[in-house]
Design a protein around this ligand. Sequence first.
Ligand SMILES: C[S@@+](CC[C@H](N)C(=O)[O-])C[C@H]1O[C@@H](n2cnc3c(N)ncnc32)[C@H](O)[C@@H]1O
Length: 183
Amino acid sequence: MQEWEAPLMRRSAELLCREGGTYLECGLGFGLSALAIARQPKTERHTVVEAYDEVIKEFKKATPDLPGNMEIVHADFFEYIESIPTDSVDGIMFDPWLPREIRDDADWWVRLIKEQITRVLKPGGYFMSFFVTEPTIDPRWEPHFDQVLIERHAFEGYATTSYLMGKLSGAAYLQCYINNAKN
Ligand SMILES: C[S@@+](CC[C@H](N)C(=O)[O-])C[C@H]1O[C@@H](n2cnc3c(N)ncnc32)[C@H](O)[C@@H]1O
């Protein structure tokens, strides 16, 4: 997570929260998206789940006054989501940085999205994926949702941004998937 991503995080929050309600987020990081979600005018409650205590401590040091509707849970998101009731969340922000063995495990993604993400979302709920730099609908999410809103933003990364794989500027695509009739 780097400073050039901040506008993308804030805009992701606006897209996710346009209908209002209760939100769940995977990964605190610097808390930019989490704070933006909690501060959206129609957000009732936002729970952000972070696996690393250090990340939470750093965030709390930098942000002593948390919005009253925001809760930080120290847990593995993928375990925590199993405890969330079915049809209870209006939107999910999903922006973890996962190890390669998980990123490449197609069965793991299918289980996550079928058994957890779409289960906890209310009908009509929104799923905001991490942004991508190619204009493609993510094949992991596509079979499980019936609408997707894609918004294009110019970006300029830093020479040190290793995860851009050498493509340091261009277009970033925010992707918000919508779950009307649950599959
Ligand atoms: C890219 S950062 C999130 C950036 C955040 N959206 C922001 O605006 O600053 C990813 C975060 O996900 C956390 N994370 C990775 N795996 C996780 C897991 N299994 N459960 C909870 N948090 C996780 C990382 O520790 C990191 O803080």
